[in-house]
Design a binder for this molecule. Structure first.
Ligand SMILES: *Cc1c(COP(=O)(O)O)cnc(C)c1O
Length: 362
């Protein structure tokens, strides 16, 4: 715990820790849901060229509106979207902060369904937004009954739902979402961080019918661009205008805009491993089940597996064998994302080892 001394830190931050999974230097890192495949030489050299081009007038501020990039993002999302319905920021984490700066704040509340992405609570805290939540079903689904009841009780200005969800990997049913959109008094934010891994269509297609829908996306996961820090959103022009009001001036650097644009130009290549990752996920799911474990069916590049009597100990035993997964604190499960084929082999043998060890010691 930090020693704050006489620093005038906010009361609710006194006992807080910075968010984030341990960045441990182990050979197999499967804990933050990255795409494990690095970009090709061709992509890397185009990125380098774009950066070199940007440096010519790096003495100038970048385009505040990031129009070129937003136009490309709109084309990528399809559904005839245009730049005025798309917004971009440094990771979807910044998009969320802007959403709550615009629509949350003192006297406003955000409703989520737990368990889900634990950062939602922190965005709320940071923006003085009241955080309210409702429990999902025991198998981690949001039903219309649960959602409508919570919305009726809390009347939240913001409803936040990750679909497919992190850490469960489960998607929200389309008819549940439309019921939510029909009764929510404010905006409904669907976090589609893992959409490219899902077999279901994006909810971007619902934007035309529901002006209170805001879809958040990221290039950090399927797009293999986590280090580039680019998140984006699609919504009505009015909602986008609200985000433009609270953004910091020149929030998106010229380098980020240029590099993300290059990654989008290479979208087919950037996304080329997605099908393979899905295939490996399904194979791994089967394999862990034959090992006697429960695996939660996932629409993403990760899944929950277990249960373990002492998940944190199992997590530690895997770390000892050079494999870093996530201890999410959900239902005695651990979460792993899908690595390269070699990484998965190491993961399987480490897990077999740990399970054998746990059996003999119990
Ligand atoms: C990984 C993740 C994000 C991504 O964050 P970035 O800031 O875009 O890297 C957002 N939402 C969920 C649910 C995630 O799992």
């Amino acid at each position: 715990m930090a020693e704050w001394g006489s620093l005038p830190i906010r009361e609710e931050l006194r006992d807080a820790h910075p968010y984030g999974a341990p960045q441990l230097d182990v050979p197999v890192r499967l804990n933050v849901n990255e795409n494990p495949y690095p970009p090709s030489e061709a992509v890397r050299s185009s990125i380098t060229q774009a950066v070199s081009q940007v440096t010519i007038d790096i003495n100038r501020y970048p385009d505040r509106e990031a129009t070129v990039l937003r136009t490309k993002l709109a084309q990528y999302l399809g559904h005839s979207l245009t730049a005025d319905r798309v917004w971009a920021a440094n990771g979807s984490n910044e998009i969320w902060t802007q959403i709550l700066s615009a629509f949350g704040g003192p006297g406003h509340s955000m409703l989520t369904f737990t368990p889900s992405y634990s950062m939602y609570q922190e965005y709320a805290r940071n923006t003085f937004t009241t955080f309210v939540s409702a429990e999902k079903t025991p198998d981690y689904h949001v039903t219309a009954e649960i959602a409508l009841e919570a919305i009726t009780v809390h009347q939240p200005q913001v409803v936040a739902i990750a679909s497919p969800d992190n850490p469960t990997g489960i998607s929200l049913e389309r008819d549940v979402l439309t019921r939510i959109l029909e009764v929510a008094p404010g905006i409904v934010v669907v976090d589609e961080a893992y959409q490219e891994f899902s077999s279901r269509p994006s909810v971007v297609g619902l934007l035309a019918d529901y002006p209170n829908l805001l879809v958040v996306r990221t290039m950090s996961k399927a797009f293999a661009f986590a280090g580039g820090r680019l998140g984006y959103a699609a919504a009505s022009p009015q909602v986008i205008d609200a985000l433009r009001i609270v953004r910091l001036p020149y929030h998106l650097s010229a380098i980020t805009q240029a590099v993300a644009g290059v990654a989008l130009d290479y979208r087919d290549e950037m996304l080329s491993q997605v099908d393979h990752i899905i295939f490996v996920r399904d194979q791994a799911t089967k394999k862990l089940r034959t090992m006697g474990l429960t695996v939660v069916d996932s629409d993403t590049n990760f899944f929950l597996f277990g249960p373990f009597d002492h998940p944190h100990d199992t997590w530690g035993s895997l770390v000892d064998r050079g494999v870093l997964v996530r201890d999410t604190g959900v239902g005695n499960y651990l979460r792993t994302c899908i690595g390269t084929d070699e990484e998965m082999e190491i993961f399987f043998s480490a897990l077999e080892d740990v399970l054998a060890e746990e059996r003999t010691s119990s």
